[in-house]
Design a protein around this ligand. Structure first.
Ligand SMILES: NC(=O)c1ccc[n+]([C@@H]2O[C@H](COP(=O)([O-])OP(=O)(O)OC[C@H]3O[C@@H](n4cnc5c(N)ncnc54)[C@H](O)[C@@H]3O)[C@@H](O)[C@H]2O)c1
Length: 213
């Protein structure tokens, strides 16, 4: 039993024929080429971990933050994008990490507003394995930014006109399949928390973070 748990489960030590076998703890670090992922990998290596880092395949693969770790036999970089669920599953099955550190993100505040849909997708929806549809067209002329099982997530750059926003929300809340709407704005607009009996949740960058771009 110990033996099976050692090779196929979570046990890190077992005795076979009076001999003690030890397995080093395994960590998977997403965002390993980033600032925090690279420092964390250094720390984990010092503590005796086998460290697997997840890195997106990209044209400029300089990996400057982890250059000094690349020759280390206890450190391996695996290609994988957070948006590729099946790849992530197969990596986890393959390396069976004891610990998982999730640091990959689109982390640049300004870029959040240059590429808001991508940012939502990578940092929130995919990262938390939320099943969603992007650019979901439910009826002619009604296309939602994100559709999450009846919840509409709309992302608006800057501060849209309040009238236009209310008109849009009015149309959306009249769709029977819509259960609630989350509106993400750069600059806050105060609107009613309910429309046509459906909840409206507004989140804004300037209110949450104290900044607007
Ligand atoms: N460093 C800080 O001061 C700070 C402060 C607050 C929050 N954070 C958060 O901590 C985390 C790490 O920060 P950081 O400074 O190391 O960020 P970073 O931008 O230096 O690193 C992010 C890493 O994520 C990877 N990544 C981005 N999109 C990916 C995708 N789709 N699939 C796979 N990998 C992807 C990038 O290639 C990069 O290696 C981020 O979530 C960031 O928002 C950091």
């Amino acid at each position: 039993m110990d033996f099976e748990q050692f090779f196929f489960g979570e046990k890190r030590r077992c005795i076979v024929g009076g001999v003690e076998l030890k397995r080093e703890p395994v960590a998977l670090v997403s965002g390993v080429t980033g600032q925090d992922g690279s420092y964390l990998s250094e720390l984990l290596l010092k503590k005796g971990y086998m460290v697997y880092g997840l890195d997106r395949r990209k044209a400029d693969a300089s990996r400057s933050n982890i250059k000094h770790l690349l020759g280390n036999e206890h450190f391996k970089v695996l290609d994988g994008d957070l948006l590729e669920e099946s790849r992530l599953n197969s990596i986890i099955k393959m390396i069976r990490p004891d610990e998982l550190y999730h640091l990959a993100a689109q982390s640049f505040v300004k870029a959040s507003w240059d590429v808001p849909l991508y940012t939502c997708n990578v940092n929130a929806l995919s990262a938390y394995n939320i099943n969603y549809k992007h650019e979901y067209q439910i009826l002619t002329h009604k296309r939602f930014d994100f559709w999450i099982n009846g919840i509409v997530l709309e992302v608006k750059k800057s501060r849209p006109s309040k009238i236009n926003l209310l008109n849009q929300l009015d149309r959306y809340t009249k769709v029977p399949a819509v259960r609630a709407i989350i509106v993400v704005l750069e600059k806050n607009i105060t609107i009613s928390k309910q429309l046509n009996g459906k909840p409206i949740i507004v989140k804004s960058l300037n209110e949450n973070w104290g900044v607007a771009l």
